[in-house]
Design a binder for this molecule. Structure first.
Ligand code: 0L1
Ligand code: MG
Length: 262
């Protein structure tokens, strides 16, 4: 940890203002080049505390940068983790307020809901598989609070991993009814196929995201409570969206999700 409490608070306030006013800022590491992951998660935790104090509630947890290719590209060994609040929940088939965001992008994900507490260190795949209640399709809305997507991993963690919203619904399934690594999906933007992928793009198995999340939370003295909705990470590249765009994601076995930006 390199920052004192007052600086953590000031940086959290800066990111919250950027989100509220939709005015992007320069990445935090320009000013604090030695920022480490402990600093970054401390800033993210301050953002979470402010949102809860303002009346928002935690809607779920998320893993980001979970595809091996993207982790290699960004030179990171581990995904990044964040949270979603109820304010970012958009209905399946509904309209998303484009003006809520700076430069929104979407990515298709598999979400899992847990039925038992999960805690690291030492959390492993078998434990996570035994704790999954059901599987849901999800679309994440990403929006960086940094100018022109100029960021690095610690800055992204401080910015709650670009979390901005999500859509879920479709046809929930029990884990035994689906094969997560081979579960395929097709992303369409305005009727054109723009991305295709399968669950194995996420760390070989989407539940591995939850293993890493539980072990990461343990280092911060936290755990995954039973009943958590967890988005396991983008299967496809993020797709830029703007006002008027319509997105449909067709998930094998999990139904479709549709959203439009109005
Ligand atoms: O959900 C994610 O994969 C987080 C990505 C963070 C970086 C970005 O905004 O693309
Ligand atoms: Mg994501």
């Amino acid at each position: 940890m390199t920052l004192d409490e007052a600086t953590v608070e000031a940086l959290a306030a800066r990111l919250l203002a950027a989100e509220r006013e939709r005015k992007p800022i320069t990445k935090i590491t320009d000013e604090h080049p030695h920022l480490d992951y402990d600093d970054a998660y401390a800033i993210q935790n301050r953002i979470r505390a402010h949102k809860l104090a303002a009346g928002e509630t935690i809607a779920g947890l998320k893993a980001g940068l979970t595809s091996k290719a993207k982790m290699k590209q960004m030179n990171v060994a581990e995904p990044v983790f964040g949270f979603m609040t109820d304010r970012g929940a958009w209905p399946d088939g509904g309209a998303i307020e484009r003006d809520r965001y700076i430069a929104p992008r979407i990515e298709a994900e598999i979400a899992l809901v847990t039925k038992r507490d999960l805690a690291g260190p030492g959390c492993h795949l078998a434990e996570v598989l035994a704790a999954i209640d059901f599987v849901l399709p999800a679309v994440e809305v990403l929006d960086s609070r940094y100018e022109n997507f100029r960021f690095d991993m610690v800055s992204v963690v401080a910015d709650n991993t670009s979390a901005a919203g999500f859509v879920t619904g479709g046809r929930p399934r029990r884990l035994r009814e689906v094969d997560l690594p081979t579960l395929g999906l097709v992303v369409e933007k305005n009727g054109q196929v723009v991305e295709v992928g399968a669950g194995a793009a996420v760390l070989g198995h989407p539940a591995e995201s939850i293993v890493m999340l539980a072990n990461n939370l343990a280092r911060r003295g936290e755990h995954i409570p039973a009943g958590s909705f967890i988005m396991t990470g983008g299967i496809t590249a993020a797709v830029a969206v703007d006002r008027g765009d319509a997105i449909t994601v067709r998930f094998q076995d999990l139904g479709n999700l549709s959203l439009r930006f109005a």
